[in-house]
Design a binder for this molecule. Structure first.
Ligand SMILES: *[C@@H]1O[C@H](CO)[C@@H](O)[C@H](O)[C@H]1NC(C)=O
Ligand SMILES: *[C@@H]1O[C@H](CO)[C@@H](O)[C@H](O)[C@H]1NC(C)=O
Ligand SMILES: *[C@@H]1O[C@H](CO)[C@@H](O)[C@H](O)[C@H]1NC(C)=O
Ligand SMILES: *[C@@H]1O[C@H](CO)[C@@H](O)[C@H](O)[C@H]1NC(C)=O
Ligand SMILES: *[C@@H]1O[C@H](CO)[C@@H](O)[C@H](O)[C@H]1NC(C)=O
Length: 501
């Protein structure tokens, strides 16, 4: 017995030594901050970043509805697309909603419900308006002309130089030559704007030729070496860094994205090393959106990721692993943030996670590989798959937000919810031999209004007490945030005595 124990210990020691380069189990659980809105823009975290964009209420993905002032009816893509555009609806719903693709500050494409684009019929040969094109080109590009002093009163100049008009309820054509702003003018529309996105696509396409300089300045100033110093001095041991697919194409990513985020990520690794911190690289934004949120860098909010996007998404992971796989500060690569798209069946997700895992393992046996659960899915659905992988981690995100139900909770009910339900939920994905568990996102923001400082301290403390049982650790969302409440801003929370790690 004794000799077999020492034999075992020898191997355990050996395997610990061999991993000391990367993340060692003794460094777990990690206490991390997400560097949100740094290498991947999220406008809600600092909307003034969009102030310098002309017509910044008409960014990519903004949804508009157009009501003819003459007919008092909305434009509608019959059947949601694939047919003619009419002007006979009294109410605006999904067939009457158009998602903008911005060509430049005044020229736009209009995407309809079933993803086709509005344009001139017969590839631009006719004057009728249809919604049949799969990819927008010149016949699908319209100039939005806004009235001075009344910017939501608009006329649309079509590619043939003439104005789009609602000639009758069933006849929408591009052959009007007049130019008044009168209600009776069939080319005048009231434009309602509902919804909008402020992500990396919107900011880079919005700034256009000025985007490269704007983004590089943002990357240089938003997070600096001083932030790593601050984090390490205040008990944080790692950073989680959301990145987008274009980083793999640096320095010349496809437009509108701009190069330079890779150098910023290199700097983060350098600073992490200097301050003895670890880095979690998190692919938040594959090229085809996995969840439609601005933070997936989607152009228009449609969730289009599907099985055919696996190879391209894996190639981004391969790039990240090849660059950082042997870096002593790499803790983990997260294969994808918050999957949600309809094409994201658990089968497709597992297929992708297996391929992404294998790509990471080509370069490192020691980095952890993080698997994010599907939003709204069963949190345990990846456990049996992840069981078979070495150094896999299941990522769960916990917010007392995003459902009206949380608005009914008092201070103490929020805190009890964390100690009871959240603790149970985390325990269910924290198994003794399976993958490690990671609360990859949480924050001290909540629905309670006018809470006292003490209330907020207790809420944050309760979460840290529970989430410390996650075997891989946790990551606060976010390190920095310019919203009014400051609850999302970990640096502010620490500096002002709301949180102590
Ligand atoms: C928000 O963005 C503006 C414009 O880019 C910038 O001047 C400001 O410093 C940013 N705020 C923070 C907290 O980083
Ligand atoms: C609108 O016009 C189209 C084309 O004529 C027709 O099929 C449809 O039923 C009309 N809808 C309404 C609500 O009048
Ligand atoms: C905007 O795009 C349109 C359509 O491609 C083009 O004709 C126009 O010159 C562009 N305007 C600017 C300012 O680039
Ligand atoms: C969390 O735990 C509660 C109570 O145990 C359960 O009803 C709920 O479904 C769990 N939520 C998730 C996302 O697993
Ligand atoms: C919070 O405080 C503001 C200002 O003191 C007050 O107007 C508001 O009604 C309060 N809200 C709640 C939910 O108590």
């Amino acid at each position: 017995m004794a000799s077999s124990y020492s034999y075992l210990n020898f191997f355990m020691l050996f395997s610990l030594l061999s991993v000391s380069l990367a993340c060692d189990h003794s460094e777990l659980p990690l206490k991390s901050a997400s560097l949100g809105n740094w290498l991947l823009t999220e406008g809600w975290m600092n909307s003034t970043m969009f102030d310098g964009i002309p017509n910044n209420d008409l960014l990519d993905g903004t949804i508009v509805q157009l009501k003819s002032t003459k007919l008092q009816k909305y434009l509608s893509a019959e059947h949601g697309g694939g047919s003619i555009v009419v002007a006979n609806r009294t109410k605006a719903d999904i067939w009457e909603s158009f998602r903008l693709w911005r060509v430049n500050e005044t020229f736009y494409n209009f995407r309809v419900f079933n993803k086709l684009f509005v344009g001139l019929e017969n590839q631009g040969q006719g004057n009728g308006i249809v919604a049949v094109s799969k990819a927008p080109s010149s016949p699908e590009t319209f100039e939005i002309i806004r009235k001075d002093g009344d910017p939501n009163r608009v006329r649309l100049r079509s590619p043939n130089g003439l104005f789009l008009q609602a000639k009758s309820e069933t006849e929408v054509t591009a052959d009007y030559e007049g130019s008044s702003w009168d209600d009776e003018d069939p080319s005048v529309f009231e434009m309602a704007i509902s919804g909008g996105l402020q992500g990396e696509y919107q900011i880079t396409n919005g700034y256009g030729p000025k985007a490269a300089q704007f983004m590089r300045n943002h990357w240089k100033t938003y997070i600096t070496e001083d932030d790593f110093k601050f984090m390490s001095e205040n008990g944080l041991t790692a950073v989680r860094i959301p990145v987008g697919w274009w980083i793999a194409h640096d320095p010349n990513p496809p437009k509108p994205f701009v190069g330079g985020s890779l150098e910023a990520l290199d700097n983060a690794f350098k600073w992490a090393y200097k301050y003895r911190m670890k880095v979690i690289v998190d692919l938040h934004a594959p090229r085809v959106s996995q969840n439609g949120y601005a933070h997936s860098a989607t152009r228009d909010g449609i969730q289009e990721w599907g099985e055919s996007d696996i190879p391209e998404t894996v190639s981004v992971i391969d790039f990240l692993a090849s660059r950082y796989g042997t870096h002593p500060s790499l803790a983990a690569i997260e294969l994808m943030n918050e999957p949600l798209a309809p094409g994201m069946t658990v089968e497709n997700l597992i297929k992708y996670y297996q391929a992404g895992y294998d790509a990471v393992r080509k370069y490192t046996n020691t980095a952890f590989v993080i698997l994010s659960n599907r939003l709204g899915g069963d949190q345990k659905e990846l456990l049996s798959f992840a069981d078979k992988l070495d150094r896999a981690v299941i990522d769960v995100h916990y917010y007392n937000l995003f459902s009206d139900w949380y608005k009914t909770l008092s201070v103490d009910q929020n805190i009890q919810f964390v100690y009871n339900q959240r603790a149970a939920n985390l325990s269910a994905v924290t198994t003794p031999k399976g993958p490690l568990s990671f609360v990859g996102e949480w924050s001290a923001d909540w629905e309670v209004k006018n809470a006292t400082k003490r209330d907020l301290q207790r809420f944050a403390e309760a979460q840290m007490q529970v989430y410390k049982h996650a075997t891989f650790g946790w990551a606060y969302w976010s390190y920095k945030c310019d919203d009014d409440s400051k609850h999302w801003n970990l640096r502010w929370m620490i500096e002002n005595g709301y949180m102590k790690l």
